[in-house]
Ligand binder design. Structure first.
Ligand SMILES: *[C@@H]1O[C@H](CO)[C@@H](O)[C@H](O)[C@H]1NC(C)=O
Ligand SMILES: *[C@@H]1O[C@H](CO)[C@@H](O)[C@H](O)[C@H]1NC(C)=O
Ligand SMILES: *[C@@H]1O[C@H](CO)[C@@H](O)[C@H](O)[C@H]1NC(C)=O
Ligand SMILES: *[C@@H]1O[C@H](CO)[C@@H](O)[C@H](O)[C@H]1NC(C)=O
Ligand SMILES: *[C@@H]1O[C@H](CO)[C@@H](O)[C@H](O)[C@H]1NC(C)=O
Length: 549
């Protein structure tokens, strides 16, 4: 499994562990005498922000979020109307204190509403977001109402989140906002989060809660590592036995077609793409339960041992199966890309099988099983390309020299810092676009503030030309599921994933970890106030603590 290599890294890191006091002293030092960030609680930090010492009050009873007259997305744009309601609730929902009386209230300058204006004739309201979506927006908070301008709905969604982050409670608990000017757009187009629903089943409502939290952090890709060795929870219409026999339970631990539809639409309404991963030829033990002859029979000496290895690459039925499965997947998941995995293929079973040995000889592969893997992947890529999808693959497929379509995305996940930087350099030198995950394996946990390490990693930090750097289109935080289920997924993920979110959204020079600490502490409290059990960064308290279960 992908996590195994990282366990080694973890052991190396934890050998320098210095005990409770030493670990926290440095953090206590940092927490002392701290000035709040001049950027308030904005997270991720927008590209350009101007704030002024002029504040306005927001009255829940009269405040409105409304469409600008010239907007190309009017009342019929469900995506925006939905977002207006969501953000109205986030802004005013947490109110506990009584408002100042109406008379006292009118002494303060007020902000009466937020006007939202989609400026491009095609708002993309009914489309799915893509890697080329325009996510930019401009926000001007002035009287009598704030103005949010965006070419497309995707930018408006981000702008609504930013607006909600500007609202704070004054000393009387009244909702307030300062005169502010913001111009914003993401540094990287692909800002992903991987969740693994095979090692443990993740209930639909937990996935939805995390999509909601992703939107609060301006993540825009849900990489759904939906199946793997331990279980196959995806319910296929073409091959119902895959989940019937391969899921932990055929009724309670599966994603039905309507679950999947709901997740995709929920994500779309938040500007998030859903990219499923169907990882082969390794990581497929659960597939074999519902699909006879798909996996390679392993041999002990001259007899089958009864166990099975990776997908059997030498029989035609394998490719017929893959064609039909990916035909279905292409129809179910609207995104332009699927993730095809291709990592960590164990060759020992292939080596033991006499039919495979014969096939190797016939094809002049010698003893090089990478060539057999490449033979398989090559045919799979052709199958997927014929469904008109692009593909993402883990770095091993590139390392093994498989011929790839020019628009293939190579996902880098292995090695030390030096090794992944070399890999990024090699992948981009070959002209491929790439995504980085190595420094962002959030399933690895350590005592203390490990988010700081996640925060300081930069995906463009490697030896290469400007053209090579441009091929880095983003990265993904990964939460592998060995030790994670509904009980601990959300607090383990947030706010640690938020560190990655800012690295992928904000300008390259936003690197002040102390300033980030202040903003992230407040951002974490805001997630808590919104009902997300995001864990604390360090000794602290929130104005509105988690209400719990
Ligand atoms: C907002 O404005 C008030 C003055 O009305 C000022 O005291 C405060 O520092 C400002 N806050 C920010 C984040 O600029
Ligand atoms: C498998 O397919 C190939 C090419 O489509 C064909 O040449 C070959 O005869 C087939 N093998 C079997 C066993 O059907
Ligand atoms: C095995 O084949 C791959 C190409 O698929 C090649 O890159 C690699 O160098 C080969 N390994 C050996 C040991 O020959
Ligand atoms: C990158 O390429 C260089 C030279 O071609 C090679 O020496 C190095 O091993 C490669 N690095 C990786 C991580 O593949
Ligand atoms: C980053 O650089 C820009 C342009 O050079 C500058 O305006 C901005 O203040 C810098 N931001 C930070 C946080 O240093």
């Amino acid at each position: 499994m992908l996590a195994s290599l990282c366990l080694f890294v973890l052991l190396v890191v934890s050998s320098s562990y210095g005990g409770h006091r030493q670990d926290t002293l440095a953090d206590e030092e940092l927490a002392r005498d701290r000035q709040p960030s001049k950027w308030g609680s904005l997270w991720p930090l927008p590209q350009r922000v101007n704030t002024f010492d002029v504040s306005f009050k927001l009255a829940a009873a009269s405040f409105q979020i409304f469409d600008g007259k010239a907007s190309s997305a009017g009342p019929s744009c469900n995506l925006l109307q939905n977002a207006y309601r969501r953000y109205y609730k986030y802004i005013f929902g947490g109110i506990k204190t009584k408002w100042p009386s109406q008379d006292k209230w009118t002494d303060f300058p007020q902000l009466s509403g937020l006007q939202v204006l989609i400026t491009d004739p095609d708002s993309e309201c009914d489309l799915y977001p893509s890697v080329t979506s325009d996510e930019s927006y401009e926000l001007l908070v002035v009287q009598p109402f704030a103005i949010l301008k965006a070419p497309k709905v995707w930018g408006a969604l981000h702008g609504l989140e930013t607006f909600s982050q500007l609202v704070y409670e004054d000393e009387f608990g009244a909702k307030s906002i300062n005169w502010t000017e913001i111009v914003d757009f993401p540094r990287f187009a692909h800002r992903g989060l991987l969740l693994d629903s095979s090692r443990h089943f993740i209930p639909v409502k937990v996935i939805l809660a995390n999509l909601e939290t992703m939107a609060m952090n301006k993540f825009n890709v849900f990489h759904w590592h939906i199946v793997d060795d331990p279980s196959f929870p995806y319910m296929s219409k073409t091959f119902p036995d895959l989940s019937q026999k391969g899921a932990y339970h055929p009724y309670t631990h599966v994603y039905t077609p309507s679950d999947v539809k709901m997740i995709i639409e929920f994500a779309r309404l938040r500007g998030i793409r859903v990219i499923p991963e169907f990882d082969t030829p390794g990581h497929t033990q659960s597939w074999g339960k519902g699909q006879a002859d798909l996996l390679t029979p392993c041999f002990a000496g001259s007899k089958p041992s009864g166990s099975f290895g990776p997908v059997n690459p030498i029989i035609n039925s394998t490719y017929d199966f893959m064609s039909r499965l990916f035909q279905e997947v292409a129809g179910v998941f609207p995104d332009d890309y699927v993730h095809l995995g291709g990592d960590e293929v164990d060759f020992s079973c292939w080596k033991s099988n006499p039919d495979i040995q014969r096939f190797m000889e016939q094809h002049d592969f010698g003893k090089n099983y990478s060539k057999l893997e490449s033979f398989y992947i090559q045919r799979l890529l052709d199958i997927v390309a014929s469904t008109k999808k692009g593909y993402i693959i883990w770095q091993e497929v590139f390392d093994n020299g498989v011929k790839l379509k020019a628009d293939t995305l190579i996902h880098v996940w292995k090695g030390t810092k030096q090794q992944y930087q070399n890999e990024m350099a090699n992948v981009t030198a070959s002209g491929y676009q790439t995504l980085l995950s190595t420094p962002w394996y959030l399933n690895r946990i350590a005592y203390g503030q490990d988010w700081r390490g996640h925060y300081t990693a930069d995906p463009q930090d490697f030896q290469g030309t400007e053209a090579q750097k441009k091929l880095v289109i983003g990265g993904e935080a990964c939460l592998w599921g060995e030790y994670v289920d509904a009980t601990n997924l959300t607090p383990r993920l947030w706010p640690r994933a938020s560190a990655v979110a800012e690295r992928l959204w904000s300008a390259k020079n936003v690197t002040d970890v102390n300033d980030a600490y202040d903003r992230l502490s407040s951002h974490r409290c805001r997630m808590v106030e919104r009902g997300i059990p995001a864990e604390p960064l360090f000794t602290s308290h929130c104005p509105h603590e988690y209400k719990g279960i």
